[in-house]
Design a protein around this ligand. Sequence first.
Ligand code: NAI
Length: 288
Amino acid sequence: MMDIQRLMIIGGGQMGSGIAQVVAAAGMNVILNDIDPAYSLKGLGTIRNNLIRDVEKKRKSQAEMDAILARISLSSDLEDGRNVDMVIEAIVENMQIKSELFKKLDLICPQHAILASNTSSLAITEIASFTKRPDQVIGMHFMNPVPVMKLIEVIRGLRTSHETYLLVENLAKRMDKVPIEVNDFPGFVSNRILLTMINEAVFCLYEGVAARESIDEVMKLGMNHPMGPLALADFIGLDTCLAIMEVLHEGLGDSKYRPCPLLRKYVAAGWLGKKSGRGFYDYKKREQ
Ligand code: NAI
């Protein structure tokens, strides 16, 4: 089996930076790439802060932290992928933009390289079709926050080879994660269930069933969820939530998946949740 040693993560946002951290912590070299250098720099800042917290809490030594940071390099040039064994893509949830990226990666990356997508809802079979190596394209769906959450949903496209699947399963275990295989359906398992619940919570707010805090408290105290659905939506990003609902609605064709108009309105206003400072809650005034 190929020994994956050098990886490139594309997208230095919340997910990409977390993925770069766990890859480097598992001993591999990682290039964190973003079209906007300010984002990859911000991503590296988040990684550093996470590691400082780990050192303070004695979960890691200073030497371990330094070694992890030394394995991460930043890039804004896709050509830096010409020597990697694997790419994990974590850019915006948009098929058009992802398709252009995968076409370029297919030309740049070595023949043996695996191209994985962290998409939270889009079809892996379709993403793979933009490359000449569909057998080496796979879904690797991490959960947010990546350094904390154990699960990785692993999704085979129709043409993904068993060898690619085994390499990714092995990589997930090296990162101390638990890989679970699911089939290539819109939203897979996690987001088909989670986003339908979040969308229903937004409908509750929209229809005036209860105030936002009450909706979240009902789910926390009543269902033992660690976070309420509206706070969780802010954490995921409302643009990402809307994109996933559109994929579920279009892909499964059932009106029960129609995005709530209020979700659409917030995204149109630029209220994207925690990352923009405002979503269902206001993060400029209060820490959620
Ligand atoms: P984000 O908005 O925090 O970050 C996206 C990053 O991609 C930005 O820094 C942007 O500059 C960069 N980017 C956009 N186009 C690019 C390109 N062509 N080349 C290089 N960089 C590019 O988004 P987030 O939340 O990190 O999501 C990324 C992906 O991960 C999406 O596919 C999303 O569905 C998926 N995901 C998100 C989760 C969440 O909780 N937010 C959970 C699991 C998966």
